[in-house]
Design a protein around this ligand. Structure first.
Ligand code: C2E
Ligand code: CA
Ligand code: CA
Ligand code: CA
Length: 274
């Protein structure tokens, strides 16, 4: 029994070491990735629920790792956030988004702003500088934030959101319904849009309780004067339910997957040529 206890600990320690090593390797690789241009923004369309007309795109980061291939943001954004690298990475996202807005036919983009990035003292100033330098009107950029940025210091968060909106940026509350005290945040913060989390959307076609929640969120957001966006729309049934319930905009594989900007550019020029 003693032996097996030690073995279990050895296995645990080996596992921990491996995890720490992997994480460290990822962090080192991330620094190189920024210098080597291994990151790319994929764009996913957001469409009007009534007409399916594209209103904007969400920028979703991808990492082309030289050995591992395409790495998901789910795997590296948390590491970037925990190590502080999200500040530099987040700035790259803003710059790249502005470049796309300045150089392509894309009219509006939304970018994801991580909690640490949002709370960083320089965020507003850096954002303003980059946007000004690129010659991009702030109202072409929407900032997607999650409830977690509002929890720590809501007084400061409120001031920052108000200032950003005065500059012309629009703000969307991402992953709505997954955090807590969502309802009080909605009345206290000046969001332009709320995005219903995929978890509710994916079940709204079949589950009555999910459908009821989606319906309630749409009513709530609409009556507070916010645009309501459903994310993760995958089926026609979901789209039908959402548009009938008064949802403003939809995003999801049914409407379009995240794609490289180059794919978008060709489809735009093809459309022009046709
Ligand atoms: P998110 O902001 O909630 O983004 C939506 C995620 O759902 C994206 O995953 C998107 O590809 C995926 N998605 C879109 N439509 C569908 C659908 O119909 N079905 C399913 N199953 N999934 C769908 P992705 O691109 O892997 O990004 C994951 C998360 O990583 C994002 O969640 C966001 O929190 C974070 N992220 C991505 N790009 C950035 C970035 O540039 N900066 C920061 N800070 N975070 C980012
Ligand atoms: Ca998002
Ligand atoms: Ca989301
Ligand atoms: Ca999410």
């Amino acid at each position: 029994a003693k032996n097996s206890g030690r073995n279990t600990f050895e296995v645990f320690r080996a596992g921990m070491n491996e995890l720490i090593e992997k994480r460290r390797a990822l962090e080192v690789d991330m620094d190189a990735a920024l210098l080597n241009g291994e990151y790319e923004l994929f764009l996913q369309p957001r469409v009007l629920a009534r007409t399916a007309e594209i209103t904007s795109y969400e920028a979703l980061i991808r990492w082309h790792h030289p050995e591992r291939g395409l790495v998901s943001p789910v795997d590296f954004i948390p590491v970037a956030e925990a190590s502080g690298r999200i500040i530099a990475l987040g700035e790259w996202v803003i710059r790249e988004a502005c470049r796309v807005l300045a150089e392509t036919e894309v009219e509006r983009l939304s970018i994801n702003v991580s909690p640490l990035q949002f709370r960083h003292g320089d965020f507003h100033q850096r954002l303003s500088e980059i946007v000004l330098e690129a010659g991009v009107a702030p109202d072409r950029l929407e900032l997607e934030i999650t409830e977690s940025v509002l929890i720590d210091d809501d007084q400061r968060a409120l001031m920052l959101l108000t200032a950003l909106k005065e500059d012309g940026f629009t703000i969307a509350l991402d992953d709505f319904g997954t955090g807590y005290s969502s309802l009080s945040y909605l009345s206290r913060f000046p969001f332009d849009a709320i995005k219903i989390d995929r978890g509710f959307v994916s079940n709204c076609g079949e589950e009555e309780s999910a459908a009821a929640i989606v319906h309630a969120i749409i009513h709530l957001g609409t009556s507070l004067g916010m645009r309501v966006v459903a994310e993760g729309v995958e089926t026609f049934e979901q789209a039908l339910f959402l548009s009938r319930s008064g949802c403003d905009e939809m995003q999801g594989y049914l409407l379009g997957k995240p794609q490289p900007i180059s794919c978008l550019a060709t489809s735009v020029s093809e459309a022009v040529a046709a």
